[in-house]
Design a protein around this ligand. Structure first.
Ligand code: WT7
Length: 665
């Protein structure tokens, strides 16, 4: 990268521009802005032809498609609907007989630092064998399989094996509670659960299998016939006879060859639950054809993946980033990738930098929250500063999950990327399947804090409530005006909610509403995401519904009468969860308040998972409400931030509650 074009060095100024170096442009897949614009023009001129070309170039079809986009039942769009393919074949079999077959597919680094590698050929054999084990347990095309696994090669194998036999997987992040697992098992009607006895994170053994047992004991999960248990550690676990089987037992005697089952392009590859603005998580359903196409294409475009690259996406397979950029994209693109079991701060906060050096990582993709916590660690301990490691293998850096503040961007750019590596600030969502707005390493001039421009074929825009385009500089709602292949197909079992959540009638019912606010810069038309416009929070890059946390709190019926949850900006986690609680007892103070706040935090961790724990809990004898009884959330947001109240509070029944709710515990 060349020097910033602006001389102003203050990290608070966001108008600095970092164009790609000539060298980066020369060797890039999309070389220069003209190349990017040419692709955009191609999509503009012949939208369907453009996508059909990409679908043919990126994927191997066992039955070629003849239709590209079917809009007859919008917003239930169909892509390549009469074509057939298999996602696992497109990640593994496609490389057999090519130089990639003996290439390392996965470099696995365990929590304790042990390294294991598998080639594409070996991975294919492991996936085939696992697929046969699933079949032997009666799992068939169309069945749903729940995966509750640690970050391991086995986790990726489990996902690929489901895809291979046409079973739809639903991965649940290993940090979610038994209750969350229970809800998702029932909603998906899973026939099997794939889990591990324990997961290893930061030197600790954390249970998984016992949480599965707890979830299944809650009842209503009769559809689950099998629980497959990967014995990650030697620790004992409780076996339920007739239902539980270890990986070793299930794989014994199974052939490593399993023909991939061709499925229709629209066949659901997976369901992934995410938070919405109501209490119930949404099962986002993705397709096989369109999704796999975009997983591969964005690897090539956004990361400019080259055959010699070592790619590392630090996301867990429990999130969409771990689906698209661990389990599918890198494999479909024939990359060598690092899969990491542990956490960035164990055994020290230089672990990421040490691993980049050890495995000669060339493309590194992580979340702003991780960067911010590692900045903090490096500031307080020189020994874990990235300068202590050789990071010259790096050539492209990525950011995902939340807006990256310009300060963190600059630190990442200088201290990790050596002012040499472009940072792709990739904006997308669980519902998008893959990147939608992002810079391209060899084309886009970068502006810290901006995700820049939509990928070719993605018709992103900023509109008002009626769907009318807004000019650059005016903040509005982010939408995508045309369907794209990797978009959400429906909410599992709830097509009405799908329509209501994403395709507002006021905008005509066919435009995808992202749920984020955004603004385009006056000069370049670059997008900057300003945050969610619904009741969804982004805590450390994880989506949390405020209603979900409120429901969890009021479920503690012996203690809680009413609760309201809002977000407030947090230097480390982006947003922090603040809960305002009315108890069924007098407002507590001092030690009692602290103790009750902790009790509620642990309760929420049990109901949803530790990531949903409120950072700050406030008690009051009531919540601020309007005359009609509506909670004044705006007021709560001000209280959460510790701001002086400037809003009109004349409608409050009892203004003294504001003083109560201003106090943290
Ligand atoms: C929400 C989606 C798919 C990535 C992992 C999170 C926020 C995501 C960015 C970015 C600003 C971002 C948005 C979005 N977000 N990436 N580069 N810049 N905001 O997926 O859990 O579905 O959350 O994350 O608010 O709506 P998710």
């Amino acid at each position: 990268m060349s020097e910033p074009t602006s001389a102003i060095e203050s990290v608070l100024v966001e108008n600095r521009v970092f164009p790609p170096s000539e060298d980066t442009v020369k060797n890039a897949r999309i070389a220069g802005m003209q190349a990017y614009e040419a692709l955009c023009a191609e999509a503009e001129k012949d939208f369907e032809g453009f996508w059909a070309r990409l679908a043919r170039e990126n994927l191997q079809w066992s039955r070629p498609f003849t239709q590209t986009l079917d809009e007859s039942n919008a917003p239930f769009y169909k892509w390549f609907a009469d074509g057939e393919l298999n996602a696992s074949a497109n990640c593994l079999d496609r490389h057999i007989g090519t130089p990639v077959e003996n290439k390392t597919a996965i470099i696995f680094e365990a929590d304790d630092g042990a390294v294991t590698q598998v080639t594409y050929k070996e991975l294919l054999a492991r996936v085939g064998q696992f697929a046969n084990a699933l079949k032997a347990r009666g799992v068939q095309k169309g069945d749903r399989v729940l995966i509750y696994m640690p970050m391991t090669i086995e986790g990726v194998v489990a996902m690929q094996a489901c895809a291979r036999i046409g079973a739809t997987h639903s991965v649940v992040f290993g940090g979610f509670s038994a209750k969350a697992l229970h809800e998702r098992t029932i909603d998906a009607g899973a026939v099997a659960i794939i889990t591990a006895n324990y997961q290893l994170r930061g030197g600790k053994e954390l249970p998984l299998k016992s949480i599965v047992d707890e979830a299944l004991a809650m009842g209503g999960c009769d559809s689950v016939k099998t629980v497959l248990v990967y014995e990650r550690t030697a620790s004992a676990w409780n076996r339920v006879e007739g239902r539980d089987v270890t990986f070793t037992e299930a794989l014994a005697g199974q052939s490593t060859e399993c023909a991939p089952v061709p499925v229709g392009a629209e066949h659901p590859l997976f369901i992934l639950y995410t938070s919405g603005s109501t209490g119930k998580p949404k099962g986002v359903q993705h397709s096989t054809g369109g999704y796999t196409l975009w997983a591969r294409q964005t690897m090539l475009w956004t990361f400019d993946l080259q055959p010699s690259d070592v790619f590392w996406c630090t996301a867990d397979i429990g999130w969409i980033t771990g689906h698209t950029y661990v389990a599918y994209g890198p494999l479909a693109a024939g990359a060598t990738q690092v899969v990491f079991e542990g956490v960035p701060t164990f055994p020290h906060a230089g672990r990421f930098w040490e691993m980049i050096e050890r495995h000669k990582v060339s493309i590194f993709y992580t979340a702003p929250t991780a960067i911010r916590s590692l900045i903090k660690a490096a500031d307080s301990d020189e020994k874990v500063h990235p300068k202590n490691w050789n990071l010259t293998s790096l050539r492209v850096l990525g950011s995902v999950g939340e807006p990256i503040n310009p300060e963190a961007w600059m630190w990442y750019y200088r201290n990790v990327g050596g002012e040499r590596c472009p940072i792709v600030d990739t904006f997308w969502q669980t519902e998008n399947g893959g990147h939608v707005i992002t810079p391209l390493p060899g084309a886009t001039p970068l502006v810290p804090g901006s995700c820049t421009l939509p990928l070719p074929g993605i018709k992103a825009a900023i509109v008002d409530e009626t769907g009318k385009d807004l000019p650059n500089g005016a903040g509005g709602m982010l939408v995508i005006k045309r369907p794209w292949p990797s978009m959400i197909r429906t909410i599992w079992g709830d097509p009405e909610r799908f329509k209501k959540s994403y395709f507002p009638e006021e905008m005509g019912g066919t435009i995808y509403l992202a749920g984020d606010g955004a603004v385009r810069s006056e000069d370049r038309g670059y997008f900057r995401i300003t945050g969610r416009i619904d009741d969804v929070l982004n805590v450390s890059g994880h989506r949390m519904g405020t209603m979900e946390i409120e429901s969890a709190l009021v479920a503690k019926t012996d203690l809680v009468a009413e609760a309201a949850v809002v977000g407030r900006p947090d230097d480390l986690t982006g947003e922090a969860i603040v809960a305002f609680v009315v108890l069924k007892r007098p407002v507590p103070t001092g030690e009692e308040a602290k103790q009750l706040a902790n009790e509620l935090r642990n309760w929420v961790a049990k109901e949803i998972g530790p990531i949903a724990k409120p950072k700050d809990i406030r008690f009051g004898e009531n919540l601020p409400k309007t005359r009609s009884g509506k909670i004044m959330r705006r007021l709560l947001r001000s209280l959460a931030k510790g701001e002086a109240i400037t809003q009109d509070t004349s409608t409050l029944e009892n203004p003294t509650i504001l003083d109560q709710l201003a106090k943290t515990n």
